[in-house]
Structure formats: C-alpha cells, structure tokens
Design a binder for this molecule. Structure first.
Ligand code: BGC
Length: 411
C-alpha cells in the first residue's frame, strides 16, 4: 500500500452484545429455545454444500449449537479480550450495549449494568482504543418483544429514551455512536423471511417496521446529540456490491434491489447522520436470479469472498459527502485459510478509495472473537481470535498477526 494510512485512521474490530457476552435474557434467547431443535434438524439441508460441511456437521446438527448460553463469556472475560485486541495493535473497538440488561423492565434502568458497561468502556480507552458504541444490535428486551417489538405503539419513544439514557451514562467517554446495526438485514430476516425474531413474513408489517426504524434513528440521533454535545452519531448499514449480469431484465432487477437494499435507509436518513457506518461482506451478481457469483473462493458459510467489492460500494457512497467508517467486514473461516489475504486485499481496496478522495476514517474487522452467529449458532468462525467454547480459552489466529503487521507498518 503506497503511502500508508493517515496517522489518525482507526484500525479496529467489532463485536455485539448478544453474540459474545453470554447469559442474556432477551427476545433472541427466547427464540433460540423454541427453534434450536428445528435448526439442528434442518442444518444438513441448509449447509451441506458449503466447503467445510464435513468438519462442522456434528456441531451444526447439535441443538446446543443454536443456544447462545454462555456465548464467549465476554461479559466476564472482557478485560482479557481487550488485552488481546490491544496486542493486535487495534486503536478502536466497536461494541454494542445490550438493551435487555440496561432496561430489564420498561422505564427501569439498571445502574449495575450501566456501571459494568462504563467499566468496559474505561478498559477499552485505557488501552488506547477508541470506543464505537452501538445502541442496538438486533436483540430486544423481552418486555418489548412481548408488546410487539419494533411494531409496539411506543417503540420509537422507548428507543429514544434508551438512547438518551446511554448518552447520559457514557457521553463523557464516548464520541462515536451508532444508533442501530443493519436495519435492512433485521427487517428482511425478522419481517419477510421469518428466520429471525419476531419470525414474521408479512410485507405490510415489514413496511411498518421500516418506517418505525427510520423514525427511531432520527429520534435517537437527536437525543444523543442533545445530551452529548461532542458526539458523532451514525448507524451501520449492510451494503452489498450488487452487480448486473447485463440485459434489460437483470439491469431492472439490479436497479430495484440496489435502491431498496443499499439506499433506502441512507436516502431517508442522510440528513440525520454524522457519518456512515458501512458493513461490507459480499458481492451479489444478479443474473436471472440472485447470487450468481463466480465463487472462486467461498467462506465456510458458502458466501463468495470478494474483497474488491468494497471499492465499488465505497464509490457509491461518495455522493453523500459524509465520513465513512467501515464498521464491519469479515469472513467465516475456521481454518484461517483466507482471512489474512481477505484483510490485506480489503484494506488495499479501502486505501485505493481513500487515494481517490473518498473520506474513509476507520476499518473494523468482524469480529475480534468467534461468536454466536444468530440463527447459524456457533459453528461459523469469524474471529481474529478463536474461542474454545468448552474451556473459553482464546487463541490468536495467524491472520491476526497479518492484521497486526499492516497496522504496525501503517499499511
Ligand atoms: C451482523 C453481525 C454478523 C455478521 C456476520 C452482520 O450482518 O451485523 O451481527 O455476525 O454480519 O454474518
């Protein structure tokens, strides 16, 4: 990488509360208990064509794989994990706050949970890492999901109050906030495919929920900035490198998909964002169907590994004239075969976009740790650091050394 990254560029890693903390009680834990057996039964049909299937088969067929349970026990081991993060040389860390811990019943905010997060944030900063805090990363308190979750009549008010509370509690120590993570994916899986809580497949409710999330972001954005004057507030969007296979039908389908998936939230929120959080994972080639990719390299989950796609996506975000932080980018790769080159090639593409004048200020690998991959459970391994779920032992993967040397030599 020719001239290196600017001195103040953030090199980080990301995690989310429900995926790493362990011992949560929220709408996901409830859903896991109900669905684990079914997911285990269906696993062979869903994944048996993925490259590492034989190596993960016994895990994927085990209902326990789908129960978050102790997860990585990060709630208790966070100091150790931040120590590893700082050994990798990270100068930023993205975490999310678990709403169900902070507000276990409506309007009651648990001071102990807030103090725990305050301590986590202090430990992050103490190691020279800048905290990026996500207010909401997919999981909801049970009391809220029982009254309709995102569709609850007062959802936006609850969301605003919760965000305001966090800003008041951590504002002194936190500059960078993300109101929410990947609303597009949340809505697709929760309200159309029905594969995530609340398990709906209803177009009408999908649109209602989408409207609620847009308003929720706007209210939370204003609330955080009101309470924490020096804050910078964005949200993380899942943006895909859609490609068209050419011809009228593919081009038309491309146009619709690209607009609806990549730009619906951005267009509606662009005046309520201090920065864009970009989560880039895939290219998706539309050729009389979705995902008709060359797939020369694929992750353990069967998704194409295609780092140059991030360059395309970054170019498409240029028009917003907002700073961009790549808030997630990662690969499920238990043998660590591709991760190092994936990180290197992605950062090359990022640097190229910066050299071309796009304002990119940070990169967060997903994830620091192996963790609970939602409806797939524990078998997909995204971590720079592997986790042995029996002993909770952590081991830094070789690719983390590559990331470390890129950071050390500033690209
Ligand atoms: C989500 C993460 C998830 C990751 C890997 C993103 O869509 O924000 O929670 O673990 O992708 O699939």
């Amino acid at each position: 990488m020719a001239n290196g990254f600017p001195k103040n560029f953030y090199f980080g890693a990301a995690t989310s509360s429900h995926q790493v903390e362990g011992h949560n009680e929220n709408d996901w834990t409830e859903w896991e208990r109900k669905n684990a057996a079914r997911l285990a039964r269906n696993a062979p049909f869903a994944y048996n064509r993925t490259p590492n299937w034989l190596r993960v088969e016994s895990e994927a067929r085990d209902p326990q794989n789908y129960i978050s349970g102790h997860a990585t026990n990060h709630w208790n081991l966070y100091e150790k994990d931040y120590e590893l993060a700082s050994e990798i040389g990270l100068n930023a860390y993205r975490l999310s706050i678990e709403w169900s811990r902070v507000e276990p019943s409506p309007g009651y905010f648990d001071e102990e949970a807030l103090a725990h997060y305050r301590e986590m944030i202090r430990q992050i900063k103490m190691r020279g890492m800048e905290p990026f805090v996500t207010v909401w990363h997919f999981s909801l308190p049970q009391w809220l999901s029982m009254i309709g979750g995102v569709l609850a009549p007062d959802f936006v008010k609850y969301f605003e109050r919760y965000a305001e509370k966090l800003a008041a509690a951590f504002g002194k120590d936190v500059t960078y906030w993300l109101t929410m993570n990947e609303p597009e994916l949340y809505l697709l899986n929760g309200y159309l495919r029905g594969t995530w809580p609340p398990g709906k497949s209803n177009v009408w409710e999908y649109f209602e929920a989408r409207r609620a999330l847009i308003l929720a972001h706007k209210l939370a954005y204003a609330a955080i900035r009101r309470v924490d004057l020096l804050s910078s507030v964005g949200a993380a969007f899942n943006i895909i490198d859609f490609e068209s296979g050419g011809g009228f039908i593919n081009n038309l389908f491309w146009r619709i998909t690209n607009k609806q998936w990549n730009f619906y939230f951005l267009e509606n929120l662009k005046t309520n964002l201090d920065f864009i959080g970009l989560n880039y994972y895939f290219r998706n080639r539309i050729n009389y169907g979705l995902n008709n990719n060359p797939n020369q390299k694929v992750s353990d989950m069967g998704t194409e590994i295609y780092p140059p796609g991030i360059r395309v996506v970054l170019e498409r975000l240029r028009k917003y004239n907002l700073p961009i932080y790549i808030t997630e980018n990662g690969v499920a790769d238990r043998d660590d075969t591709y991760r190092a080159s994936f990180i290197r090639e992605t950062l090359e593409a990022v640097k190229d976009a910066m050299d071309a004048g796009i304002d990119i200020r940070g990169y967060f690998y997903w994830s620091l740790l192996d963790n609970f991959e939602w409806d797939k459970g524990f078998w997909p391994r995204f971590g720079l650091v592997s986790v042995d779920y029996k002993t909770m032992a952590r081991r830094v993967r070789p690719s983390a050394e590559t990331y470390k040397s890129i950071i050390r030599s500033n690209g």
